[in-house]
Design a protein around this ligand. Structure first.
Ligand SMILES: Cc1cc2nc3c(=O)[nH]c(=O)nc-3n(C[C@H](O)[C@H](O)[C@H](O)COP(=O)(O)OP(=O)(O)OC[C@H]3O[C@@H](n4cnc5c(N)ncnc54)[C@H](O)[C@@H]3O)c2cc1C
Length: 361
């Protein structure tokens, strides 16, 4: 059994298939597990960290909670209850309790991103502890630095061609589970797939997201009674991921969605940091004097994601998910919870059931 991709979809499938007694190998292009679950520890000081991808877990994401619990990972509140957040979306600058922030989120994006602040949690120590826990159990079943370039099959078996140190290698298997995002799968040779599936792979649109991080010597915003969270009148959230981490240094970060993220992605790294420093200095004051270093993450330019998230659309879901011979599919983009770990996990588990039943026939 070959699983392609060691993101949440591939990891949960490999984990559960192994438990069911399948002999699993995972091929992963990157040199780490987790895909879009990635915690940035560099270039920050004093052990501070911030999330490049998945960060928030709502109380109703039962699958995410199930695996957090299975691996005994500690959770903590996502939002601080102390001090005030800023809101700019009602025409003027307002200082509000943190539920004013989630209220703004709900108004803009719906309940999926709003509700009571207490329903939101994060993994203490970084979201990447979750994929790392899966990967630790899978051990050397995961082959890193192995980008897949071709998937083919006949009546007897499936074959996957991948690169190892630039040279082509081939592995065969009874079944292949492909969790490669469509933004990258469109560059893989897929002679065995139907034209409908190939069309969908080609045309599925991925959204841009960009994040800019500023490390400061002190949490200067706290002196003004602010907790470092803000909601602008554009599609931008501002977080202080360090509020639950030891000080005195802090990190403020911007989280821009489509509409703004593309503009930021086009800038050079130093321009992204410089414009964000100005923007946040205007909001919070005193940041420039305390600023130490910046970092950025733009998902459109991530070599192995080429976008933040996607949804094939309800009308296309059945075609996109359908097994083609020995080739099965999973991943966030094929779920009813796109852009969530819960979505990736649910499609991974769906594929486990499909594969286990297929093998038994
Ligand atoms: C900015 C951002 C914010 C998010 N916020 C949240 C959040 O707050 N809460 C939450 O629950 N979720 C959040 N998510 C969503 C969550 O991170 C994803 O839905 C989930 O991690 C996707 O998992 P996946 O396995 O489907 O895909 P991926 O994580 O992309 O995994 C696919 C894997 O395939 C590998 N790969 C690609 N091409 C090849 C190839 N040719 N050969 C071999 N391997 C290949 C990739 O390297 C990757 O490891 C966020 C995502 C982003 C980007």
């Amino acid at each position: 059994m070959l699983v392609l991709g060691a993101g949440m979809a591939g990891l949960v499938a490999a984990h559960e298939l192994t438990k069911l007694g399948h002999d699993v190998t995972v091929l992963e292009a990157r040199t780490r597990p987790g895909g879009r679950v990635h915690t940035l520890r560099e270039p920050f000081s004093d052990g501070l960290y911030a999330e490049a991808g998945a960060a928030r877990i709502p109380d109703d994401h039962d699958l995410t909670h199930k695996y957090v619990k299975e691996f005994a990972l500690p959770l903590e509140p996502f939002y601080p209850s102390r001090l005030h957040a800023l809101r700019f979306d009602r025409g003027s600058r307002e200082e509000v309790p943190i539920d004013g922030f989630t209220e703004a989120m709900e108004g803009h994006f719906g309940y999926d991103l709003g509700g009571n602040p207490e329903r939101w949690q994060k993994i203490k120590g970084g979201a990447d502890l979750l994929p790392k826990a899966f990967a630790e159990r899978l051990g050397n079943k995961i082959r890193y630095g192995s980008p897949v370039v071709r998937i083919e099959q006949d009546e007897k078996q499936a074959r996957v061609v991948f690169l190892k140190a630039g040279r082509k290698e081939t592995m065969t298997a009874d079944n292949v589970l492909c969790t490669i995002p469509f933004s990258l799968l469109r560059d893989v040779e897929l002679p065995a797939l139907s034209s409908q599936k190939r069309d969908l792979i080609k045309k599925t649109h991925y959204d841009a997201v960009s994040r800019v991080y500023l490390q400061t010597r002190n949490r200067v915003w706290e002196d003004k009674g602010l907790n470092g969270f803000a909601f602008t009148n554009g599609p931008i959230e501002i977080w202080q991921p360090s509020w639950s981490q030891p000080g005195p240094r802090g990190i403020l970060m911007t989280y821009a969605r489509p509409g703004e993220a593309e503009r930021i992605t086009k800038l050079k790294e130093n321009e992204r940091v410089a414009t964000t420093l100005k923007q946040l200095d205007d909001m919070f004051g005193g940041l420039r004097e305390s600023f130490e270093r910046g970092a950025t993450k733009c998902w459109m330019e991530d070599e192995w994601s080429r976008g933040a998230w996607a949804f094939v659309g309800f009308g296309n879901l059945a075609t996109a998910l359908a097994r083609e011979g020995r080739i099965h599919f999973a991943g966030e983009h094929l779920s009813q919870w796109p852009s969530w770990m819960q979505g990736a996990l649910s499609t991974g588990l769906r594929a486990v059931k499909e594969i286990d039943e297929f093998v038994k026939v």
